[in-house]
Write a protein that binds this ligand. Structure first.
Ligand code: APR
Length: 319
């Protein structure tokens, strides 16, 4: 039987997700949006490309949660994106309200779904989504680390002029300015980046600039676009998570996952490597961090905690 993916939010990311999922024939697709016309219009537009691209999935648009019933995967992008000059945290108040509505909508209709949240500020919104919906913690996860890692790897490939496939790295922690690029685990064509710095192949200052650019990778795009934020790379990252779940690929992916003591963090969502398979988040992988990475990860966790406390003040239901 064909699988069913519901996309809550049919905006820039939602539409791109639908297109990628259709091209990969991962599942039938329901686009849900409070703006019903956008959901229906995009579903029809993508469906009309199926004779050209030769995919065989069903696409529909709706503003009724009944139509999303029994989804295998739900990807949430409902919310407001950043405008130039805004941080992700500035979106908290408005997106928290939206996510509460979404949680109420999906908990009754798709209690067994694997739910991937993309709405920002990511770590706090995914944590709120899990609390509001009451869905199992291993089935509610946030998309951030794959995107941040992908940005970092792309910038490194440009710097070293080698293909992205030859670079291994990832970015952990909160999806904000405090995210942590794992330099201790970064390999450029099999060589540790820390050795390349020692050998003078790249200056530490230049590497620091690339890390900074990665942290501000989203803001750079917001500034160019003027209206809205990045959507191609975020959608590609969301699809990788959905695919690993649906096909039980058990890929190790950096995602915002619930931590219950791992990385010395309890009862909080943050970006860590996890295994995603048919049971959802099947395992949190505990890496050995360097002292610097440990310190920066801790700082990042503190800022997620701080923002979650701000969310609690906005909505007492989160206490
Ligand atoms: N239920 C469903 N959909 C909603 C709701 C709601 N309560 N509120 C808003 N939406 C829809 C909007 O109608 C809009 O079509 O969410 C969609 C969001 O789309 P865009 O504005 O194009 O935003 P997008 O670029 O897709 O980003 C969405 O993901 O990366 C984050 O920061 C980004 O929080 C933002 C989210």
């Amino acid at each position: 039987m064909k699988k069913k993916i519901t996309l809550i939010g049919a905006g820039q990311i939602g539409g791109t997700l639908a297109h990628l999922i259709a091209l990969k024939e991962l599942a039938d697709i329901v686009l849900f949006d409070v703006a019903k016309g956008i959901a229906k219009g995009k579903a029809l537009d993508i469906a009309q490309s199926s004779p050209i691209n030769k995919f065989n999935v069903n696409l529909s648009g709706t503003d009724n949660y009944e139509d999303t019933k029994n989804s295998d995967v739900i990807i949430i992008t409902a919310g407001v994106p950043r405008k130039p000059g805004m941080t992700r945290d500035d979106l908290l108040g408005i997106n928290l309200k939206i996510i509460k509505q979404v949680a109420n909508g999906i908990k009754k209709t798709s209690p067994n779904a694997f739910v991937i949240c993309i709405t920002n500020p990511l770590d706090v919104i995914v944590m709120a989504l899990q609390r509001y919906s009451g869905l199992p913690k291993n089935k509610v996860v946030g998309m951030a680390g794959i995107l941040d890692s992908s940005r970092f790897i792309y910038f490194l490939s440009q710097e070293f002029k080698i293909p992205v496939q030859k670079i291994k790295s990832f970015v952990l922690g909160g999806h904000g300015d405090s995210m942590v690029a794992m330099l201790g685990s970064t390999l450029i064509d099999g060589k540790a980046i820390t050795d390349l710095v020692k050998d003078g192949k790249i200056k530490q200052e230049r590497l620091n600039e690339i890390v900074e650019r990665t942290k501000k990778g989203g803001a750079e795009i917001v500034k160019y676009l003027e209206k809205g934020s990045a959507f191609y790379a975020p959608a590609a990252a969301g699809v990788e998570m959905a695919e690993s779940f649906l096909k039980d690929l058990k890929k190790q992916l950096p995602c915002a996952a619930y931590l219950n003591g791992e990385y010395e963090t309890k009862d909080l969502y943050a970006g860590v490597p996890v295994i995603i398979g048919s049971k959802g988040v099947e395992k949190v992988i505990e890496l050995k961090l360097t002292n610097d990475e440990k310190m920066n990860f801790k700082k990042s966790i503190e800022s997620v905690k701080e923002l979650f406390n701000a969310a609690r003040k906005i909505d007492k239901d989160l206490n």
